[in-house]
Design a protein around this ligand. Structure first.
Ligand SMILES: [Zn+2]
Ligand SMILES: [Zn+2]
Length: 364
């Protein structure tokens, strides 16, 4: 419940409203906000209203609330659950009040199977090109031995004593409307109307078992890390004729030592030597399509990004539309020189010194 709203405000009554006034205000507001009311229904407000009324209609709770507020109530009546009562019960009373249906959710009808989530690790290249994988899942399925009934094969189910096989029980509840009859799912048989005498040994009477299933999944080319792929109907089977759940495969892409992804582009780094940088020329570079030739322009600087078009990440499931490979050039300064190399560098240095002298000749 909203902690800031005043309960009296929610009901729209003054702080000294009589019990009758509280009741009357509640009735009015409840008609307005009941979720069945198509024009002004509002489930949130309706819940708030119920909770406000539950407190203000109880003289003891109301007096605690008046003095100490909601937190005081919580302390006085234990946890918040004590007054944060279920929506289900009251809505039943209201359904009757408004002449609507009175049934609560029954678990005896068809149930949709649960969804299954599976984390699949694949390599960088598999993500780029797409791949096929076999995964093993363990869905909960109806026990084959008892056909999902939970009873030992050959034994009879007994009619539930609590509900006489109806699957639901009536309960007369006290409300300010007088006595109202609530119909709820039978707690003994969960709405099936039958109880098990001899439980199935295979599933311990549960009617379901975990089974291993191997499934082939096709990961399309171009998937990104954490992509969620869905296979409708490949989750857990439904019960009592309900539809199956879905299978979700979450793709985790392992890092690659050379390639990384930036949107639709694949990014790599390429180290070249001083002389390669100065002279330019062709070098071999790794791409996801194998080795390719890259032309280095003369005088390339470190940090320059060169591009091989069309060798990037494809659009999902469309190998024909791909981004580019971006290659960042790193010019390496040599750390160890052979005697011969040293000689050449020294000559180069002398030559460059001469050039420098010419440039700064005006100093002399
Ligand atoms: Zn069984
Ligand atoms: Zn029953």
């Amino acid at each position: 419940m909203s902690q800031t709203k005043d309960l009296y405000e929610i009901l729209g009554v003054s702080r000294d409203a009589s019990e009758d006034e509280v009741k009357k205000a509640f009735r009015q507001q409840a008609r307005k906000y009941h979720p069945d009311n198509k024009e002004t229904g509002n489930e949130e407000l309706f819940k708030e209203l119920n909770q406000a009324y539950e407190i203000l209609s109880d003289p003891e709770k109301r007096s605690v609330y008046d003095q100490y507020g909601l937190n005081g109530l919580r302390n006085a009546f234990g946890d918040s659950e004590s007054f944060d009562f279920g929506f289900g019960d009251l809505s039943d009373i209201f359904s009757q009040f408004f002449g609507g249906a009175t049934k609560t959710r029954r678990s005896s009808g068809p149930e949709r199977g649960a969804d299954i989530r599976y984390e699949l690790a694949i390599s960088f290249l598999e993500a780029i090109k797409g791949c096929e994988k076999q995964i093993t899942i363990q869905p909960l399925e109806d026990c084959g031995s008892c056909k999902g009934t939970g009873a030992k094969p050959g034994t009879q189910l007994k009619t539930c004593k609590t509900c006489n096989g109806m699957g639901e029980v009536k309960r007369v509840a006290e409300s300010f409307f007088g006595h109202v009859t609530q119909i709820t799912t039978c707690p003994s048989c969960n709405g099936s109307g039958k109880t098990i005498q001899n439980p199935c040994i295979e599933c311990n009477g549960k009617g379901q078992k975990r089974v291993k299933r191997t499934i082939d999944v096709k990961v399309p080319c171009g998937v990104d890390d954490s992509s969620r792929l869905r296979w409708g109907g490949k989750g857990e089977p439904g019960r009592k004729g309900g539809p199956p759940g879905d299978l979700y495969v979450v793709v985790n892409i392992k890092e690659h030592e050379l390639f990384s992804r930036n949107g639709q582009d694949i990014v790599t780094q390429e180290k070249i030597s001083f002389s390669q940088a100065a002279l330019g020329g062709n070098i071999k570079v790794a791409t996801v399509d194998g080795e390719k030739t890259l032309q280095i322009p003369t005088g390339v600087q470190t940090g320059t990004v060169l591009k091989i078009p069309g060798l990037g990440v494809p659009k999902i499931n469309n190998m024909a539309r791909r981004g580019d490979q971006l290659i960042e050039i790193i010019v390496e300064t040599p750390t160890k020189l052979s005697a011969e190399e040293k000689k050449i560098f020294e000559q180069l240095a002398l030559f460059q010194e001469d050039k420098g002298k010419k440039k700064f000749g005006f100093f002399n």
